[in-house]
Ligand binder design. Structure first.
Ligand code: AMP
Length: 289
């Protein structure tokens, strides 16, 4: 497996690969089996697969976990090797931001997509994501790029960007990979150190599956906002009474899958999205009804 860290090495690799089809799996590292599943989908779809590992400063807010975000380089490279990857692109910040972070040209997704849900508590986050993903597309020129449905709003915005900017890349999405009990795999799960923190983190999945169950069990359409509010109240109270770890909901919303606009009722075709602080760890999840 090749490990490249600058644009010259990348160009050399690109020309070695000639006309072979290339799939890119963009990540921030601290790799887990969720990333592994994306890598396998990439492998099935293209002749060469390259994983990028880059903790992108532009998508972190001033009070977020940029500094403490895990960067286990050797472990990550070993995983990519074990997954049969052809190459890893592991750039430093100045390779992707050659004119400096302050002077960077930014891709601004429409506010109607980027200021809601995760964007409401993370201003500028999706501009940071869209910018770095576009840079990776320009530098690597992949035929395919693979993203996880775990970051549903991110996936929606990247799809929008690819369509709007006429980018010559095909996007592939992989369903969320979960632990047996339902907890969505995430690099930030490493921060959940005690069994109580982990148990409290499961509240997100429980709220999502409660919504799914209630929709299936109801004969008439359930109003989205009121139903989700009631479910959250019950599950959050239960968590508070059974664990000392604080959980604070950031949002719980139903959107139409196709448009990402708020859904009035819970019905098939709706996606429920949730974000919460579990202690000091911010977790997100989502589920299709
Ligand atoms: P990250 O390293 O967190 O930026 O994630 C890199 C890619 O992996 C993104 O496309 C994520 O949506 C995807 N991903 C992260 N966790 C999961 C998971 N549990 N299941 C599927 N994809 C995931």
């Amino acid at each position: 497996m090749r490990v490249v860290s600058n644009l010259n090495e990348l160009e050399a690799l690109r020309s070695e690969w000639g006309n072979a089809t290339v799939a890119l799996v963009p990540t921030m590292g601290a790799l887990h089996e969720g990333h592994g599943a994306l890598c396998q989908l990439a492998k099935k779809s293209a002749q060469r697969v390259i994983v990028s590992i880059f903790v992108n400063p532009l998508q972190f807010g001033p009070n977020e976990d940029l500094e403490r975000y895990p960067r286990p380089r050797e472990e990550d490279l070993q995983r990519c090797q074990d997954w049969g990857m052809d190459a890893v692109f592991y750039p430093s910040v100045d390779v992707l931001y050659p004119t400096g972070m302050e002077n960077s040209i930014k891709v601004l997704p429409p506010e109607s997509l980027s200021n809601r849900l995760c964007g409401a508590s993370r201003p500028g986050h999706f501009a940071g994501v869209a910018t770095v993903v576009l840079k990776l597309f320009i530098a690597l020129r992949p035929d395919y790029a693979v993203f996880g449905e775990k970051d549903a709003q991110q996936l929606f915005i990247i799809r929008h960007m690819v369509k709007d900017l006429l980018l010559p890349v095909a996007l592939l999405a992989h369903p969320t990979v979960r632990e047996i009990d339902g907890l969505a795999l995430s690099s930030r799960n490493r921060y959940l150190q005690t069994p109580q923190e982990r148990e409290t983190a499961l509240t997100l999945f429980r709220i999502l599956t409660d919504a799914q169950t209630q929709m299936h069990e109801s004969i008439s359409p359930l109003p989205a906002a009121a139903t989700l509010k009631a479910i959250a109240e019950t599950r959050l109270a239960e968590a508070a009474s059974s664990s000392p770890v604080a959980i604070q909901l950031q949002y719980l919303e139903a959107v139409e899958k196709e448009t990402f606009q708020p859904a009035k009722t819970l019905h098939p075709g709706v996606k429920i999205l949730i974000a919460a602080m579990v202690g000091s760890v911010r977790l997100i999840d989502n589920l299709d009804l």
